[in-house]
Design a protein around this ligand. Structure first.
Ligand code: HEC
Length: 108
């Protein structure tokens, strides 16, 4: 009983550690690859036409799957103008998934 408790706490401590390491990594990926256009906090830049990602309505306008595909393959306007270049060659699927999760943390 006592042993089970110790094992359980060690495992959960490891899991929490891994999750926060991944969150820190995602924040770094955001700073390196995304913040230039979206701002450190995701507030957006009027000149570039990036929208405020802290706004719930904006967050609700795309699914995780849609964002993942847009990051991987790029995002174009309805008139075909490139808005975001594809990150497929630069970032792994795991990195892109971590970034999708990170984007959700920007919601206020
Ligand atoms: C060269 C500038 C640029 C870079 C770099 C960039 N974006 Fe974007 N992003 C845009 C523009 C422009 C749009 C379209 C306007 C909008 O929805 O804010 C956009 C849209 C988005 C959206 C909204 C998607 C939707 O369907 O509405 C999200 C979320 C996003 N970007 C996340 C990211 C992430 C994560 C990264 C880094 C991996 C990144 N962006 C890198 C310019 C950029």
């Amino acid at each position: 009983m006592k042993k089970t408790l110790i094992v359980t706490s060690v495992i959960s401590a490891l899991l929490v550690g891994a999750a926060s390491a991944r969150a820190a990594e995602a924040a770094e990926l955001w700073t390196k690859n995304c913040a230039a256009c979206h701002g450190k906090e995701g507030a957006g830049k009027a000149k570039l036409g990036t929208k405020d990602l802290s706004v719930a309505a904006k967050q609700d306008s795309f699914s995780d799957e849609k964002l993942f595909t847009e990051l991987k393959d790029g995002m174009k306007d309805s008139d075909g103008k490139v808005r975001m270049k594809p990150f497929a060659a630069k970032l792994s699927d795991a990195d892109l998934k971590a970034l999708v999760a990170y984007v959700r943390t920007l919601k206020k």
